[in-house]
Design a protein around this ligand. Structure first.
Ligand code: ATP
Ligand code: MG
Length: 503
């Protein structure tokens, strides 16, 4: 391991939080011109390891070496001074600032043209006056990488860089990183739980499980099966969800979207004249690349955005039951825990309580016992890793925080579930757990609107689906009537370039 290409190295690093050993004597080397992957399921210790490498966390054992010398960074800022940059899953950009203002924080002396050139060098042009809050994740990430490389980074540490990216963006990121790594002799370490991130562009893989190093190999000497077994233990088949026939197509309609147009934050119309209906117990998938209006569509169906035109109306199934289509009977699960109503300082249990109070109270009295039992079941069912249900969310790993939200929304008694890439950021095992629960919900009669950026996910879960491109929805067809090519063609706008009408 001690070769001259080693730039940054953790030797026998350990980290304990109370009784929990999050990382247990793990050595990882980041080498010049190479991409090393730190692979592991949710809670394996990846983020903790990165934080020890960059000085955010002080190890309980072992030491960090940089360019052959023991390094005591003390803080991530100190590591940045030594040209070690970290890019976190939740970006460190200031949302309210424009692109230019954000870049100026790092490069106060560069002219606007110079900044523009820098950004273009690592990808396509971005409008300097755009507010960062309005940019797609792929572009935000590009800005962060630009910032790091513009400051002559020697080492890049990326924590789950692809979990916020659509497939094309992901491929592009890896291509760029591989190229930059070669050209500039960068050492790159990527923490991920996605096997597909490992195989194509990376050289070395280290697998963590429960804080221990369980496998370390050149990527060319391993394969998907070996890595899966290393990550998840025994070669258990990942439970595939039961593939049963979908709901009878003549089942009653629960929700109808008619000619819906919705304003966007940065475009006058993000959703353009979209119509579809969802039957009882049906999963309707909408697949699109990030930024094509699918989030605005989900918001409008949930009632968070007022339509410019058209409406979201209850179907016969709701009307017959003498009910209204109301927010309280619609669950909303997405991959953005902060935005979607998790309180990071509250406990796991109280986060369940927040939106289940109607089910968990008698008059104005909270039924703590019911809430505790609910929490216990949800923690078991979704394998949420926490000491007790009173532990605050702040102490959980990123994936486990997301599980709390998904578990809550997937356990509610509702008519409709809106699931917006509900499994993004989760490892494979947990992803199937979430899929299984969504399928079970649908089989119980809940109607599901699935918004996805992943063709495999959309095809796996949906009974019927359509693709969205620049606010327009394709025809919604039963799954067997679609091919991947047809979906991809609509999602990327190839149909428009070929001058075809809606699929
Ligand atoms: N500040 C903390 N206090 C207590 N426990 C913590 C703290 N930070 C992390 N942990 C625990 O350490 C373990 C490893 O967490 P870590 O965030 O490193 O996992 P990860 O591999 O990055 O997971 P994910 O893919 O979900 O982001 C988890 O069990 C987590 O709950
Ligand atoms: Mg993490």
């Amino acid at each position: 391991m001690q070769d001259s290409n080693t730039m940054l190295e953790g030797r026998g690093l350990s980290k304990r939080f109370g009784d929990l050993t999050a990382v247990d004597g793990v050595s990882v080397a980041v080498r010049r011109g190479q991409i090393t992957v730190l692979l592991g399921e949710n809670g394996a210790g990846k983020s903790t390891y990165i934080k020890m490498l960059n000085g955010t966390l002080k190890p309980n054992g072992g030491a960090v070496y940089f360019e052959g010398q023991e390094a005591k960074f003390g803080s991530a800022r100190h590591a940045v001074k030594r040209k070690i940059h970290t890019i976190y899953q939740n970006f460190a950009l200031i949302d309210l600032f424009t692109v230019e203002e954000n870049m100026r924080l790092t490069f106060p002396d560069k002219s606007a043209e110079e900044l523009e050139k820098m950004i273009e060098q690592y990808g396509k042009a971005v409008d300097l006056d755009e507010r960062v809050a309005l940019l797609p994740a792929g572009i935000k990430q590009r800005l962060e990488i630009t910032r790091a490389l513009g400051s002559d980074a020697k080492v890049l540490l990326l924590d789950e860089p692809t979990s916020v990216l659509a497939y094309e963006e992901r491929d592009r990121l890896f291509k760029d990183l591989a190229r930059l790594g070669q050209e500039r002799g960068l050492g790159i370490l990527i923490a991920t739980h996605k096997l597909q991130d490992v195989m194509d562009y990376c050289q070395e893989v280290v697998v963590l499980k429960g804080g221990r190093l369980v496998l370390e190999k050149p990527v060319r000497d391993t394969n998907l099966k070996e890595l899966t077994v290393a990550m998840f233990g025994a070669s258990e088949e990942l439970e595939k969800a039961p593939v049963e026939a979908g709901p009878p197509s003549e089942s009653e309609v629960v929700l109808e979207v008619r000619n819906l147009s919705v304003r966007g934050d940065n475009v006058p119309m993000a959703v353009k004249d979209v119509s579809f209906s969802i039957h009882k117990g049906e999963i309707l998938g909408v697949i699109a690349i990030a930024g094509n209006g699918q989030l605005e569509l989900a918001d409008a169906v949930y009632g968070l955005r007022k339509p410019l035109k058209g409406e979201v109306a209850p179907g016969l199934a709701i009307l017959k039951a003498g009910r209204k289509l109301r927010m309280g009977r619609v669950a909303f699960a997405s991959d953005d825990p902060v935005q979607m109503g998790l309180a990071i300082d509250l406990s796991v249990r109280d986060n369940f309580g927040v939106s289940l109070l109607d089910q968990m109270s008698k008059g104005s009295l909270v039924d703590w016992k019911a809430l505790e039992e609910f929490s216990k079941r949800a923690i078991d069912k979704f394998e949420i890793k926490c000491y007790t249900q009173e532990e605050s969310l702040r102490e959980l790993s990123g994936g486990n925080i997301q599980k709390v939200l998904v578990a809550r929304e997937l356990s509610r008694d509702v008519d409709v579930l809106i699931a917006v890439h509900p499994a993004r950021g989760l490892d494979l095992h947990t992803t199937y757990l979430v899929y299984k629960n969504i399928l079970e919900m649908a089989r119980r009669g809940v109607s599901v609107l699935l918004i996805s950026e992943d063709v495999d996910e959309a095809l796996y879960l949906s009974d019927r689906l359509g693709a969205m491109y620049e606010g327009e929805l394709s025809e919604v067809k039963a799954k067997p009537l679609w091919t991947r090519e047809a979906l991809g063609s609509f999602m990327t706008g190839a149909h428009v370039m070929r001058g075809e009408a809606k699929a």
